[in-house]
Write a protein that binds this ligand. Structure first.
Ligand code: GAR
Length: 220
C-alpha cells in the first residue's frame, strides 16, 4: 500500500485554489491527504470552505505576535503539527521570513499569477496589460527566500485579449490556475518533480524550462 502524502495549504482569502485541491482530491484526481488549512486572516472565506469539507482550519493573526518572524515561526510550527510532506501556498499573501522558508526548502510550493520571472509581487494582471504583453499566465514554483523567485515547476498561459482589464484577465486565468495547481501538487507530492539544488528535476532530469499545462490538464 502506498502511503498518501500529507498536504497542508496556506491561504489568505477567497480560497478557490484550496477548494480546487479539495475537489480534485475528492474526485480521486489528487491522491493526497489534505491535512489542514492555515490562514493569516480570521475572516478568510477559505476557512469556511475547509470546515465545510471537514478539514482542520486554523487562523493565526499576525497582530498577536511581536514580529513578522515570530508570526511565521508560529504558523509553520502549527503546520508542522499536521505533519505535512508538502506545504502549498494557495493565495497566501504574506512574505515569509527567509529562515522559515529555508527550513521547508523543496517541501513548499506557491502559485503566483504571472509567467515568472515576469512580474513577481503584486498587481500582476495590470502590469502584464500595461506592458502590452500578448500572453499572461500563472506559475507554480518551489518557494525560496527570494520573493516569487524560486525555481518554476510549471506554468499555464493564456492570451491577453483587446479590451482585457485586470479583472477580466484574472477571471479567465483562475480556472487555469486551479488545474495548474492540482496537476503540479500531484507531481510534487508523488515525488515525480523535486528540487535539487536550484533546479527542478523530473524523473532524474533537470527541467530545461517549466512544464506547461495542456488542454487536458496534463503537464508536459
Ligand atoms: C490566485 O490568483 C493566486 O495566483 C494569487 O492569489 C489568488 C488566490 O485566489 N496568489 C498570489 O497573488 C500570491 N502572491 P484564491 O484565494 O481564490 O485561491
Amino acid at each position: 500500500m502506498t502511503v498518501r502524502r500529507r498536504v497542508v495549504v496556506f491561504a489568505s482569502g477567497r480560497g478557490s485554489n484550496f477548494a480546487a485541491l479539495v475537489q480534485a482530491q475528492r474526485r480521486g484526481e489528487l491522491p493526497v491527504d489534505i491535512a489542514g488549512l492555515l490562514c493569516d486572516k480570521a475572516a478568510a472565506p477559505a476557512l469556511a470552505l475547509a470546515r465545510a469539507a471537514g478539514i482542520e482550519a486554523v487562523a493565526l493573526s499576525p497582530r498577536d505576535y511581536a514580529s513578522r518572524e515570530d508570526f511565521d515561526r508560529a504558523m509553520f510550527a502549527r503546520a508542522a503539527r499536521l505533519a505535512p510532506d508538502l506545504i502549498v501556498l494557495a493565495g497566501y499573501m504574506r512574505i515569509i521570513a527567509p529562515a522559515v522558508v529555508e527550513a521547508w526548502r523543496g517541501r513548499m510550493i506557491n502559485i503566483h499569477p504571472s509567467l515568472l520571472p515576469k512580474y513577481p509581487g503584486l498587481h500582476t494582471h495590470q502590469r502584464a496589460i500595461d506592458a502590452g504583453d500578448a500572453e499572461h499566465g500563472s506559475s507554480v514554483h518551489f518557494v525560496t527566500a527570494e520573493l516569487d523567485g524560486g525555481p518554476v515547476i510549471a506554468q499555464a498561459g493564456l492570451p491577453i485579449l483587446p479590451g482585457d482589464t485586470a479583472e477580466t484577465l484574472a477571471a479567465r486565468l483562475l480556472p487555469l490556475e486551479h488545474r495548474l495547481l492540482v496537476a503540479t501538487t500531484r507531481l510534487v507530492a508523488d515525488g515525480e518533480a523535486a528540487l535539487a539544488g536550484d533546479q527542478v528535476v523530473r524523473g532524474g532530469q533537470a527541467l530545461a524550462a517549466p512544464l506547461h499545462l495542456d488542454a487536458n490538464g496534463n503537464l508536459a
